[in-house]
Design a protein around this ligand. Sequence first.
Ligand SMILES: [Mg+2]
Ligand SMILES: [Zn+2]
Length: 218
Amino acid sequence: MVKKKNILICFDRDGTIIYDDKYHLGSQKNWKDLIRFRRGIFGSLKMLNKKLPDAKIYMISNQSGVAIKDFPLLTEKKSREVCRYIVNLIKERGVDLEKCFVCPHTTKAYTKSHPQFTFDKKILCNCKCNKPLPGMVLEALRDAGWKRENTSIYIVGDRASDLQTAHNARGFGILVPFGNRPGEKKLVGKLKDKERHISKNFGDAVEFIVHRENGLRA
Ligand SMILES: [Mg+2]
Ligand SMILES: [Zn+2]
């Protein structure tokens, strides 16, 4: 493994930073009341800031719900507002977090796996930001002003597709399993890329990154 100059860490939002009750946050009037952070988030992120002070932390989120016609309140603008609001709540707790990138598009695969909804066909497109495509990670890299060659990239998420995103961005993927998706661990087992790790929880994922980076830098 090669020592790299910069460290970029992207955390998924739903199911990783906050609970994912499949409620398409932003589709309700009282969405602010529905935000529930996963246990230990703030302490772990502060620890990450302290142990790897030069690392830059981002949140990345697919918000395919924007394309669902049954949720008229969940516009692209609203999805970005929800993300900014969550980022601010985290910052208010003393965490150094850069910003959030959102993919408000949707894919054919998503519409097929959610037959209970009707979709706005206009938002069904071949964008480059819908995970597992690496677009949002590359945006974060640009925002940090770093090049991929000399940046150690981590993606932390609750789905196998988050680890595929890491692979596509030539980074390291970490799965933090979330209760309502028991199948993800199995899917991760099928991925060919070995640049990955399964954590017990969020704190464990953060510790893993710190240890791995210290190992690379020793
Ligand atoms: Mg997720
Ligand atoms: Zn997109």
